[in-house]
Structures are given as C-alpha cells and as structure tokens.
Design a protein around this ligand. Structure first.
Ligand code: SF4
Length: 108
C-alpha cells in the first residue's frame, strides 16, 4: 500500500478555497468542493433583471476569502443541510460557500 502525504500548499492548490462555515456554532472545514459539491448555479427560475442583479453583485459559488462566505453573511437564508439557501439581496439559489460584493458580517 502506498501512502502519500498532501502538503498544505498542494491542498490549497487543488481546492482553491478553504471554506470555514460557522453553521450551528461549529466550524466545518470544507475543502475540495466547498459544501459537499453543492451546485447552486441554476438560475433558470430567474428573470433577466434578477440574473443581472446576481451578476452585478459578482456572486460566485466559492468564496475566495477564508473568513467571508454566504454562510456567515447576515443576509444569508439558510436551508436544510446540503441544500442551496437564499439571500435577501441576491436572487436565486445561494451556495453557503459562495460570496458576493454585498457580504455583511453577522453580528457577533
Ligand atoms: Fe452571499 Fe452576498 Fe447574499 Fe451575503 S449578500 S448571502 S455574501 S450572496
């Protein structure tokens, strides 16, 4: 059996962003796939204006920040585990590992 050690640098390179989710008072380190590979990109239910709003706020499925993501944004509307949530600012399905320019810290 061959064992292989993955360095921190390699993990970061592979995964892009490490997402720390502060859900239910616990921190979940989610690497390689954000929230379990959750895909919240289906905007077929949105009209053109809503899609534009989503784009203009630069919503992305994976935050590039370690400490800022939709799950810890005060505008995030959480859903059941492994489901897309919502947002009071950005229309459509929202990935808890995502991010946009409207991010607002949850009050402590
Ligand atoms: Fe995510 Fe932006 Fe909505 Fe906050 S405002 S939950 S960062 S999409």
């Amino acid at each position: 059996m061959t064992e292989r050690t993955v360095t921190r640098r390699e993990l970061l390179r592979r995964c892009g962003t490490l997402v720390v989710t502060a859900a239910a008072g616990s921190s979940i380190l989610s690497a390689c796939g954000g929230s379990g590979g959750l895909d919240c990109t289906d905007t077929s239910g949105l009209d053109a204006s809503q899609r534009t709003q989503r784009t203009s706020l630069q919503y992305v499925e994976r935050s590039r920040f370690r400490d800022k993501n939709c799950a810890n944004c005060s505008l995030y509307e959480s859903a059941a585990e492994n489901q897309c949530g919502g947002c009071t600012l950005v229309p459509g399905p929202i990935n808890p590992a995502g991010y946009c320019a409207g991010w607002v810290a949850n009050p402590a």
